[in-house]
Design a protein around this ligand. Structure first.
Ligand SMILES: [Zn+2]
Length: 108
């Protein structure tokens, strides 16, 4: 499973709408991909948080969030590294875009 597939499954996962095979693949990906895990955390807070506010039951959510944050803290080091790498890639893409524009202008 790649990140694109995993991201598509975040919403079904939170709705408990994945079959066993997809769920296993999804959890496997979440274990080794801090970026998708972070996306899961954000969507968890938005989706589950809204529902809990409607129910007036925010206590459990706070506990769930604490568990998630504890888990996130362990992976913070890896995540920081990934953020640096993705920033570097963004810079590279930006540089390539500029180079393409310069080449296009130079050709005409
Ligand atoms: Zn991923």
């Amino acid at each position: 499973m790649n990140c694109k597939d995993a991201e598509k499954m975040i919403s079904p996962f939170l709705e408990d709408d994945l079959d066993n095979r997809d769920l296993a693949e999804f959890l496997k990906h979440m274990d080794r991909c801090p970026e998708c895990k972070e996306e899961l955390t954000i969507q968890f807070l938005v989706l589950v948080g809204m529902k809990r506010l409607e129910d007036g039951n925010t206590f459990n959510l706070k506990e769930e969030l604490d568990n998630m944050l504890r888990d996130a803290r362990k992976k913070l080091k890896v995540r920081k590294y990934l953020v640096a790498v993705s920033l570097l890639l963004e810079l590279l893409v930006a540089a390539m875009t500029v180079a393409t524009v310069i080449l296009t202008v130079a050709l005409y």
